[in-house]
Design a protein around this ligand. Structure first.
Ligand SMILES: Cc1cc2nc3c(=O)[nH]c(=O)nc-3n(C[C@H](O)[C@H](O)[C@H](O)COP(=O)(O)OP(=O)(O)OC[C@H]3O[C@@H](n4cnc5c(N)ncnc54)[C@H](O)[C@@H]3O)c2cc1C
Length: 419
């Protein structure tokens, strides 16, 4: 049996290890356009900000491929040929397979603005991107970050750590996919307290400069001088290589609960896959590391012939802004008229807690400041645990007792009263 895995990051590595654990003799070939051993994208911003050194970035030893008996090909895959059971590499070489995993992740969106080719315009997806930013940073006093999702904010933090003045351009809202407008406002206040400039309701019109970045012009007409622009306006799944195949693609590659695509010998996992979302009860792309590793493990197991079901994820995020923890899981807010939202906020301490409930089921939560019990709440969301509004109201204001209660009750799967 020859297994081919395209991608050597979270989904690809976890799939390869699941496969090798279940099939010690099958041939595994891993292909990546990045010629690195596996590393964590999540840590690249801390590397830029000199909070960790390069060794901490890697998630596997230098002898990973040899130790697991994996052949590694550092090349881009141009095309999947599903009917021939082969793939075409950038070099033109064709590699055959029996089972294929597509774990190609996602790439940053490219906004159609003038000046993208100027020196000093950066993205932050790969380790190479991080190194480019690090090489450039000593010449930078002011930077503009275009986008306020997780990557934009982590990139902004890294540049701020290097003593660079950072302006963040927010087109709609801060972390709009994972938190509500109120949490976005709290994060904005924290960032401003720490010296960031946060500019709302505007778009990037043009990047200014001759050969190098000298500034940006916004749709409001405002000009901001800067020497570095970090483009972080979101990502889209890397699906180009499956065009003209029988693989169904929506935003990402559609997979079932085995991580199998619409072509039965081809699987997909991670940021490239559109898989079951346990709260929305539909298929969605969820671009976070733990989802990629879980999906990779499920895909690898099924490819080896040992059935494993992907139960779906809830989508969760955690971050610390200026010393204040922010955790969210599930749906951050509901359309008006659907379900209930309960919240409590203390302006002085910035402690904010919100529960989102539909049909007596907790479908989302946000915690700012005091994040005790976040793990249990996330488990309740995933398990669709029944919980009454009275109980949730009590928990909003009694986090300590809440912790003890949840730990005891969540094991039973049903939470329905107040301790
Ligand atoms: C700066 C940054 C910070 C992040 N921080 C967090 C965080 O704090 N928490 C969190 O949960 N998530 C975070 N994420 C998201 C997380 O890193 C991703 O969800 C995760 O890496 C997805 O893993 P993946 O294996 O699906 O894809 P990727 O990590 O994108 O890997 C894709 C792999 O496929 C290869 N590839 C792509 N196309 C081809 C091709 N055509 N041919 C050959 N190889 C190809 C790539 O080289 C790579 O090896 C962050 C992401 C970034 C960029």
């Amino acid at each position: 049996m020859h297994y081919v895995i395209i991608g050597n990051s979270a989904a690809g590595v976890f799939a390869a290890e699941a496969l090798r654990g279940l099939d010690s003799s099958g041939k595994i070939t891993m292909i990546s356009e990045e010629n690195n051993r596996p590393y964590s994208r999540c840590l690249t911003s801390y590397y830029i900000g000199e909070e960790i050194d390069q060794d901490r970035i890697y998630i596997r030893d230098a002898n990973f491929y040899a130790a697991t008996g994996i052949d590694f090909i550092p090349q881009k895959v141009e095309q999947v040929n599903d009917t021939e059971k082969s793939i075409t590499l950038q070099s033109g070489e064709i590699v055959g397979y029996d089972k294929l995993l597509i774990a190609t992740g996602a790439s940053p969106y490219s906004l159609p603005v003038e000046g993208l080719d100027l020196e000093g315009v950066c993205e932050l997806r790969t380790l190479e991107d991080a190194r480019r930013i690090m090489d450039f940073a000593p010449h930078v006093k002011e930077a503009v970050v275009m986008g306020a999702g997780l990557v934009g904010l982590k990139g902004a933090h890294a540049l701020h750590e290097l003593g660079i003045k950072v302006s963040i351009i927010v087109n709609s809202r801060i972390m709009s996919r994972s938190v509500d407008p109120h949490t976005g406002q709290i994060i904005t206040e924290l960032l401003e307290q720490d010296g960031y400039e946060v500019i709302y309701n505007t778009k990037l019109s043009k990047i200014l400069g001759q050969d190098k970045v000298e500034g940006v012009c916004l749709s409001s007409g405002k000009e901001i001088p800067c020497q570095l622009v970090l483009m972080a306006a979101g990502v889209s799944p890397n699906v180009d290589l499956v065009k003209n195949t029988g693989i169904e693609v929506n935003k990402g590659i559609i997979v079932d609960k085995h991580m199998q695509t619409t072509v039965s010998h081809i699987y997909a996992a991670g940021d490239v896959a559109e898989a079951y979302h346990a709260v929305w009860d539909e298929k969605r792309v969820i671009s976070i590391w733990p989802v990629a590793t879980a999906q990779g493990t499920v895909a690898g197991s099924n490819m080896a012939g040992v059935e494993r079901i992907y139960e779906g994820s809830v989508g969760s995020n955690s971050a610390v802004f200026c010393g204040v923890g922010v955790v969210s899981a599930g749906i951050p807010y509901l359309p008006t008229g659907e379900g209930q939202e309960l919240s409590t906020y203390d302006k002085a301490t910035k402690r904010y807690r919100k529960f989102i409930v539909k049909d007596d089921i907790l479908v989302g939560m946000i915690m700012v400041g005091d994040i005790d019990g976040a793990g249990i709440l996330t488990a309740m969301i995933k398990q669709k645990t029944k919980v009454s509004l009275d109980t949730l109201n009590y928990w909003l204001n009694h986090p300590v007792r809440f912790q003890g209660y949840c730990t005891a009750e969540a094991k039973g799967g049903i939470v329905c009263g107040i301790c």
